[in-house]
Design a protein around this ligand. Structure first.
Ligand code: GLA
Length: 389
C-alpha cells in the first residue's frame, strides 16, 4: 500500500487504540480458463499486487467491529460472535462475517472478538475479486490471530463456502484459490476437479499485463452467473445419461461433439461447448506459454473471448468494445474479458513500449462509443494473502 502509516493513524482515530498487525490479500486476474472452475475444468489465474489491507486488534469480549476506508459512510459495523447471521444492513461486512461463521461451523473456536480496519485498492465490482480478497484476508487473520494452524487450501475452501452459503453466490473456487495460493511472478494452473495445481513463471520479457475496466455497473451479474451455472449442470446431467463423467471438464472436444446432441436445448449445448473447449484451450495456452510462444498464448486468449461472447454469452457491448479495440491495436498480443463477465474488466498482454499509445487509443474510442471512460491498470503479479507484520 502507498502508506501503511496512514492506515495505522486511521485505525487509532477510529478504535482509540493502536494496531501493529498488518495483513494483505491480493486481487486476482484470470489469464485464461473462464467459467471452467465450477465445470470441473482448468483455470490459469494470478494474484495481483493490488488488493486489500487490514489492521487488526483482538478484544477481550465477543464483539467484532469492522470498518472500511472504501465505505467510510458506513462507519463502524458491529456484530457479535454469538449472533452470526446475514444482515443486509451490514453490507460489505457480510463477507468477513460469513468467513467467521464458516470457520465456526467447521469447529474452529473463535474465542474473542476483534477490531479490523480494511482498505482496498482493487476497484469494487470490477471483476478483480475484491470480495474474495476480503474473504481470504479474513481467513488468514483468523488463522493467525487464533493460532488455528489451518492449511491455506482449507482456508480457501472455507472462504468459497462462505461465498456460496452465507452470501448466496454460487461461485467456483478459482478466485479464493488464486488469492490464497498466489506466488510472485507466477500464474497458477489449477485443475478444479482435483485441486491439483502447478505454478507457471510469467516472465514476459518486454510485455505487461494491462487490465482495462469497462466501469459498467453490474446489476444482474450474480443472478446471471447462477443461471449459467445451472445451464451447465443441466447439460452435464443429460450427458451423464450416456457417458460416465463427473464434470464437463473431463471431456475432450471430440468426445463432446459425439454426445452433445443428447443435451437437446441448443442454448445449453452452447454453454457446455464453451466449458469443454475453454478447458482444453487453457491447457493448450499454458503449454504455449511454457514453450515461450507468447503469440500463440495470445491467440488462445482471443479465442477464449470469442467463445465467451458467442457461446457463453457473458460479455456485452462494453467488454466486446474494449476487446475489439485491443485486437486492432499495435503491440497487443492477446485480449479477453476476465472474471465472471457482464461488465467488469478485460485482460490484455501489451508490449511495454506500446502501452501508452494503447491506453490513449482504446480510452478515446471506447468513450466515444459507450459514453463514459474506461480505466486502465498496468499490473504486477504478487504472492497470496499473508501477514505483513
Ligand atoms: C467469478 C467466480 C469464479 C469463476 C469466474 C468465471 O469470478 O467467482 O469462481 O467462475 O467468475 O471464470
Amino acid at each position: 500500500m502507498e502508506n501503511i502509516n496512514v492506515l495505522k493513524n486511521d485505525f487509532t482515530e477510529l478504535f482509540k487504540k493502536d494496531s501493529k498487525n498488518v495483513y494483505f490479500s491480493p486481487g486476482r486476474v484470470n489469464l485464461i480458463g473462464e467459467h471452467t472452475d465450477y465445470n470441473g475444468g482448468n483455470v490459469f489465474p494470478c494474484a495481483l499486487t493490488i488488493g486489500t489491507y487490514a489492521l487488526v486488534t483482538k478484544r477481550s469480549d465477543k464483539k467484532v467491529l469492522v470498518s472500511s476506508l472504501n465505505f467510510k459512510e458506513l462507519g463502524i459495523i458491529e456484530f457479535n460472535l454469538e449472533n452470526m447471521v446475514y444482515d443486509k444492513a451490514h453490507d460489505w461486512a457480510n463477507y468477513p462475517k460469513g468467513v467467521i461463521k464458516t470457520f465456526e461451523n467447521h469447529g474452529f473456536n473463535i474465542t474473542n472478538g476483534f477490531e479490523i480496519l480494511f482498505y482496498g485498492n482493487i476497484p469494487n465490482g470490477s471483476g478483480l475479486s475484491s470480495s474474495a480478497s476480503i474473504e481470504v484476508l479474513m481467513g488468514v487473520i483468523l488463522n493467525e490471530t487464533f493460532n488455528l494452524n489451518i492449511d491455506m487450501v482449507d482456508i480457501v475452501k472455507m472462504c468459497q463456502e462462505a461465498e456460496n452459503k452465507f452470501i448466496g453466490v454460487n461461485c467456483g473456487i478459482m478466485d479464493q484459490f488464486a488469492i490464497g495460493m498466489g506466488k510472485d511472478n507466477c500464474a497458477i494452473l489449477l485443475d478444479c476437479n482435483t485441486l491439483n495445481y502447478s505454478y507457471s513463471n510469467i516472465d514476459m520479457e518486454g510485455y505487461k499485463i494491462v487490465i482495462a475496466n469497462t466501469n459498467k455497473k453490474r446489476g444482474l451479474a450474480d443472478s446471471k452467473y447462477n443461471e449459467r451455472r445451472s445451464e451447465c449442470e443441466d447439460a452435464l446431467a443429460k450427458i451423464q445419461k450416456v457417458k460416465n463423467i463427473k464434470a464437463l471438464g473431463e471431456l475432450t472436444e471430440e468426445e463432446f461433439e459425439e454426445v452433445k446432441d443428447c443435451i437437446g436445448d441448443p442454448i445449453k449445448i452452447k454453454r457446455a461447448k464453451h466449458a469443454v473447449y475453454e478447458n482444453r484451450r487453457t491447457l493448450k495456452a499454458v503449454k504455449a506459454l511454457e514453450e515461450n510462444d507468447l503469440a500463440l498464448f495470445g491467440k488462445f486468449m482471443n479465442a477464449s473471448h470469442v467463445s465467451l461472447r458467442d457461446d457463453y454469452e457473458v460479455t456485452g457491448i462494453e467488454l466486446d468494445t474494449l476487446v475489439a479495440l485491443a485486437w486492432e491495436t499495435e503491440g497487443v498480443i492477446g485480449a479477453r474479458m476476465t472474471g465472471a463477465g457482464f461488465g467488469g474488466c478485460t485482460v490484455n498482454i501489451v508490449k511495454e513500449d506500446c502501452i501508452d499509445a494503447f491506453i490513449e487509443k482504446v480510452k478515446k474510442a471506447y468513450t466515444d462509443k459507450i459514453g463514459y471512460e474506461p480505466d486502465f491498470y498496468v499490473v504486477n503479479i504478487s504472492g497470496g494473502a499473508r501477514k505483513l507484520s
